[in-house]
Write a protein that binds this ligand. Structure first.
Ligand code: S3P
Length: 168
């Protein structure tokens, strides 16, 4: 069994990764770090701007570099961007170096949560179409985690409670 001194949270956009990560890090007395926030701090601009100015491929390179740095920390809850699972290398890094929690949600729940969201570059335009399309493309990329929780009908507190009860 893995010794848990590092937890990563993966999941599609709007599955509650950041909020649940904050609650978990409070419960555990650990630090919380976030791949998107780390990129924004290093770059001095938003993820949206990075996408606009450099494109997704460059963002994905930044994401892997940051992930490697964060996975070297101990007693830490790492929250990630929804697309971190796209690269096999990232999935391997996460699996080999942390206890991975995947948060999932139904298509309906995700659409409701992001409908008025202008901040996510990959959802710009036809939000409903983009969510459906991305969910389709990412099928199976989240379910390999050590713990998978469907958040469709749970609030973040309930999700955190669920996780705390199931941590080995
Ligand atoms: C992305 C999700 C975003 C952010 C970027 C790309 C994705 O993070 O990393 O916009 O590809 O799913 P959240 O999942 O926190 O929204």
């Amino acid at each position: 069994m893995k010794t848990i001194n590092r937890i990563s949270i993966i999941g599609f956009m709007a599955t509650g990764k950041t909020t649940v990560g904050k609650l978990l890090s409070d419960c555990l007395g650990w630090r919380r770090v976030d791949t998107d926030e780390q990129i924004e701090a290093t770059q001095g601009r938003s993820v949206k701007e990075v996408f606009k100015q450099n494109g997704e491929a460059i963002f994905r390179e930044m994401e892997t570099e940051v992930l490697e740095q964060l996975l070297a920390l101990d007693q830490v809850v790492i929250t990630t961007g929804g697309g971190i699972v796209l690269k096999e290398l990232n999935r391997k890094l996460l699996r080999n170096n942390s206890y991975v929690i995947a948060l999932t949600a139904s298509e309906k729940a995700i659409i409701e949560r992001v409908l008025n969201d202008q901040s996510r570059p990959l959802l710009q335009g036809d939000i409903v179409y983009n969510v459906k399309n991305l969910l389709n493309k990412r099928q199976g990329l989240y379910e390999w985690a050590d713990l998978v929780i469907d958040t469709s009908n749970l609030d973040p507190q309930q999700v955190a409670k669920h996780v705390m009860a199931r941590l080995p």
